[in-house]
Write a new protein. Structure first.
Length: 260
């Protein structure tokens, strides 16, 4: 896939899925706005790697919960390249609280999670709308299987990703036929974010996930980036919520039913 001349904004791209997506686009010759809210050094490193791979990249520090920052991200891309073909709404936040612990999550926690995970994604699309329409571009929102399973890091997070799914479908209708909008729903992703959140239980949670998935695997950021780039370049796919979960949603056959 040759992406020379294509321009993408990838929010939350200083690490994890966002960084892998930025690098995947740059590796194919595309240009990327690498975004961070705090980790400027990490974002600079990702941008440098993008350029080393043959793409172009700039770093813009912005908090997508702030509408002015969203517009600044769009303006930076337009000033540099004069177009925006793709938007990947990857920036996300959570608070790790057991699902049963309703008293462990506050209204303020919900508001902070929704501000980034839902409102931030909407604000980014709105800020980029004119450029995306002109390019007949595409948006991919990074959701989660938590949105459908009602599990995950907290009930606030799961709820916000459910709202992001609905936003994805609504935007696909609102922006068609000019702009395609899809969402990718990752399962358990290996890496620092979940390691920090789950702490000492990380390996247990990971291994339990593997035991319940049809492919007996967990995901990596590169796995999700591969799917995101496919969705960005898939010309007749819109309004879809695509699970990438190693078959966790399928479950596994009982041992006695496995083929000999």
């Amino acid at each position: 896939m040759d992406l020379k001349g294509k321009v993408a904004i990838v929010t939350g791209s200083s690490s994890g899925i966002g960084a892998s997506t930025a690098l995947a686009i740059a590796r194919r010759g595309g240009s990327v706005v690498v975004n961070c809210s705090r980790s400027r050094d990490a974002a600079d490193a990702v941008a440098a790697e993008c350029r080393a791979l043959g793409g172009d990249a700039i770093v813009v520090a912005a908090n997508v919960a702030d509408d002015a920052d969203c517009r600044a991200l769009a303006d930076a891309a337009m000033k540099r390249w004069g177009r925006i073909d793709w938007l990947v709404n990857n920036a996300g936040t959570t608070r790790f609280v057991q699902i049963r612990n309703l008293s462990g999550i506050s209204a303020e926690d919900f508001q902070a999670i929704y501000a980034v995970n839902v409102i931030g994604a909407f604000q980014m699309v709105r800020a980029c709308e004119t450029a995306l329409r002109a390019a007949r571009g595409a948006v991919v929102n990074v959701s989660s299987i938590a949105s459908q399973d009602g599990l995950g890091s907290s009930i606030g997070y799961a709820s916000s990703k459910g709202a992001l799914n609905t936003l994805t479908i609504g935007l696909a209708k609102a922006l068609g036929p000019d702009v395609r909008v899809n969402a990718v729903l990752p399962g358990f992703i290996e890496g620092g974010w979940l390691q920090a959140g789950f702490g000492s239980t990380y390996e247990t949670v990971r291994d339990t996930y593997k035991s319940q998935a049809a492919l007996e695997e967990v995901m990596t950021p590169d796995d999700i980036a591969h799917t995101i780039v496919w969705l960005l370049d898939s010309p007749k796919t819109t309004g879809q919520l695509l699970r990438v979960d190693a078959g966790k949603g399928l479950g596994r056959l009982p041992t006695t039913l496995k083929p000999a």
